[in-house]
Design a protein around this ligand. Structure first.
Ligand code: SAH
Ligand code: F3S
Length: 499
């Protein structure tokens, strides 16, 4: 067991946010799964706390950033915090005391957007109270809906896309000067990797580092390539610098982020090479990454994962559908058979690896038989958990242009609920199989349900709850072995073991 110095006690969310998409609001989302994009959206992170860490105060320069959506958006909010910090901006403790309110948005699904419009009209009250307050929209929705924003929320002062954050201080200053029109900068930039900038991080044990921006895959259902631009890898030295910085700040775990993270390339460095560089960073005990794209998995990468204990035994491998016809219409570049082969190869080399996936039900033209093939594939692979979505048409995507959204809302709903039900059973069985085993857990903090319990994540990403030991103190970031005595479909329960 490793014991580490760590930051103050955090409390555990028995919850799990999807790596690169928004998840259902509230803190108790089941690990298995069920994010229905048509239900009230965001986030494990509900967007109403300031995601900009605080540092000093300067009148006229107090910023409050609300973040919606995925980990990449949270990472971008930290980046904006860093950029604004070097220009003399400070974090406001709440909206009332903010001179600038930014909402960092997500556009992957419809509900996320509607919620942001609702939120904007709510935030208008701060401008009514203090007309000099600057209200800005950043992120994917800014990129996609710049015209809608200026029409539906004309009181918005600032619209800034994901490649324009370097210019944020200047853009805020401009918007403070102009009276009516919003200041808009949504230019995509195929070279922008935000090299040399330091994200402003709050103290913690798990952080993320964006290693790749944009996406070149153009899956027909997906808006990401349109709002985040072309794929580009962050230079390995820069990734190394940020990982070292995390470790120096006491972080124990890093998650490397990219839309197709394993297609990472920077000059001669591929993703496996990048991981090799990072396993040697002192103090970083665990490395995770999300999300790999199935056809970009190489034997070299599987070998690298198998070789290094620091690289966690957990993989989020998006499948989307078990039907080859649907996969083809989605332009996913693999068949269900190839996906199964890949899972087989990975499990052969790393037998105890946990896996999760993303599935979309109700994609255009999905027949009962196509759907059944997805159910069959879930049965065959037996993912530890899965994020399940109903297809929601996104304007501007190839599917929206070329395919009719012809699966009825009721059919989508039925398919989603029965898939959730089946996956819950599978997750329950997979989690129960761990009973009797010992897992290594990195402590997060106190369990939300019972202050006598602590919780943390196992190496394979399972929330694990165990009684707080009487005879020693365990702090966030400490490692402890836990013998699993029981399990639900979302959580392992056990007893700490000290040798
Ligand atoms: N490259 C990222 C994908 C980002 S979008 C990754 O691999 O995680 C995350 C997930 O949202 C996708 O895998 C897909 O399952 C879901 N999604 C994306 N667009 C969608 C849409 N139009 N309707 C429903 N679900 C969608
Ligand atoms: Fe979207 Fe497909 Fe890229 S799901 S992010 S276009 S890999």
């Amino acid at each position: 067991m490793r014991r580490m110095e760590s930051a103050g006690l955090l409390s555990c969310f028995v919850a799990q946010r999807h790596p690169l998409t928004p998840s259902k609001s509230g803190s108790h989302i089941a690990m298995t799964t069920t994010i229905d994009p048509t239900q009230a959206d965001p986030n494990a992170h509900n967007g109403e706390e300031n995601t900009m860490p605080s540092f000093g105060q300067r009148p006229g320069h107090r910023v409050f950033i609300e973040t919606y959506g995925c980990q990449m958006n949270l990472a971008d909010s930290e980046l904006m915090g860093g950029i604004l910090g070097t220009s003399g901006y400070t974090a406001a403790p709440n909206h009332d005391e903010a001179d600038v309110i930014l909402i960092n948005t997500c556009a992957v699904r419809e509900r996320a957007e509607e919620r942001v419009f609702g939120r904007l009209s709510h935030l208008l009250r701060y401008k009514h109270a203090r007309p000099e307050v600057i209200l800005g929209v950043t992120g994917c929705m800014a990129e996609r809906l710049r015209e809608d924003i200026t029409e539906r929320a004309p009181y918005v002062d600032l619209v800034v896309g994901p490649d324009a954050y370097r210019r944020l201080p200047k853009l805020i200053a401009e918007s403070q000067e102009v009276e009516n029109d919003p200041v808009v900068d949504v230019k995509l930039d195929r070279d922008e990797t935000y090299e040399g900038l330091s994200p402003k991080r709050t103290p913690g044990i798990s952080g993320w580092v964006t290693v790749q921006r944009g996406c070149d895959k153009f899956c027909t259902f997906c808006i990401v390539p349109f709002v985040r631009g072309r794929e580009r890898g962050v230079a390995p030295d820069e990734v190394l610098r940020q990982c070292r910085d995390l470790a120096e700040r006491g972080y124990r775990e890093v998650t490397l982020l990219g839309q197709t993270v394993n297609s990472y390339r920077h000059e001669d460095t591929d993703f496996a090479d990048l991981l090799e560089l990072l396993v040697d960073v002192d103090g970083l005990e665990r490395i995770r990454f999300t999300s790999p794209y199935p056809t970009d998995f190489t034997p070299k990468l599987i070998e690298t994962m198998a070789t290094h204990d620091e690289i966690c035994n957990y993989l989020h491998l998006p499948l989307q559908s078990g039907s080859d016809d649907v996969l083809e219409r989605m332009k996913r570049r693999y068949t269900s058979g190839e996906f199964l082969d890949l899972v087989g190869q990975i499990r052969e080399t790393i037998p105890d690896i946990a896996m999760s996936t993303d599935i979309i039900v109700g994609f255009p033209g999905e027949s009962d038989e196509d759907y059944q093939q997805t159910v069959d594939l879930l049965e065959e692979v037996r993912f530890d958990f899965a994020y399940l979505f109903k297809y929601s048409e996104r304007d501007g995507t190839n599917a929206a242009r070329q395919l009719e959204d012809d699966v009825g809302e009721d059919v989508k709903g039925e398919r989603l609920s029965s898939l959730i039900e089946r996956q819950e059973e599978i997750s329950g069985e997979v989690f129960k199989n761990r009973v009797g085993q010992t897992v290594q857990v990195m402590v997060i903090g106190e369990s939300k349900r019972d202050a006598q319990d602590l919780c943390g994540r196992s190496d394979d990403f399972k929330m694990t709850v165990f009684p707080r030991p009487d005879d020693r103190e365990l702090n966030p970031g400490d490692f402890v072995d836990v013998r699993v005595t029981d399990a639900t479909s979302h959580t392992l329960l056990g007893e700490p073991v000290f040798r």
